[in-house]
Design a protein around this ligand. Structure first.
Ligand code: ZN
Length: 134
């Protein structure tokens, strides 16, 4: 079985993650997943997980679950519309987030602690607010 040593934010240690299908991670997505190929996830025995980056842009991963995952999803929902609507390019958004969060190569899947996640969320809210009236 393919394993990978990854940091799990729930277990707060490095664990041997294994590959799981999206259908195992999100059984409630079954109907939705009938329409497209289920994605692969790295998963910890505790249930934390992260999507496998097929493009191999980011080779480092952090496993998360629960509130942590929810915050990370919120960050995506705030920053993705900015580059999707071409208000900024995707690299510009990530460069901005790297600078403001003092991260060398900012990526949502690499946020490794709740403190960083909350800080990034706040910055993503500010950035989103510049472009979208809420
Ligand atoms: Zn774990």
């Amino acid at each position: 079985m393919q394993t990978k040593k990854l940091h799990c934010t729930s277990c707060n240690k490095t664990v041997n993650a294994t590959i799981k299908k999206e259908t195992e991670i999100y059984p409630d997505r079954k109907a939705y997943l009938a329409k497209r190929e289920p994605r692969d996830y790295w998963a910890c025995v505790c249930g934390s997980h992260v999507r496998v980056d097929k493009e191999k842009v980011h080779v480092r991963y952090v496993l998360t679950t629960g509130k942590f995952s929810a915050i990370k999803n919120n960050i995506h929902s705030l920053i993705d519309p900015i580059w999707k609507s071409k208000k900024m390019t995707r690299p510009e958004v990530y460069r901005y987030m790297s600078k403001i969060t003092k991260t060398k190569d900012f990526h949502v899947s690499l946020i490794s602690c709740m403190k960083d996640a909350e800080k990034a969320l706040k910055e993503a809210e500010t950035l989103n607010g510049l472009y979208f009236n809420r």
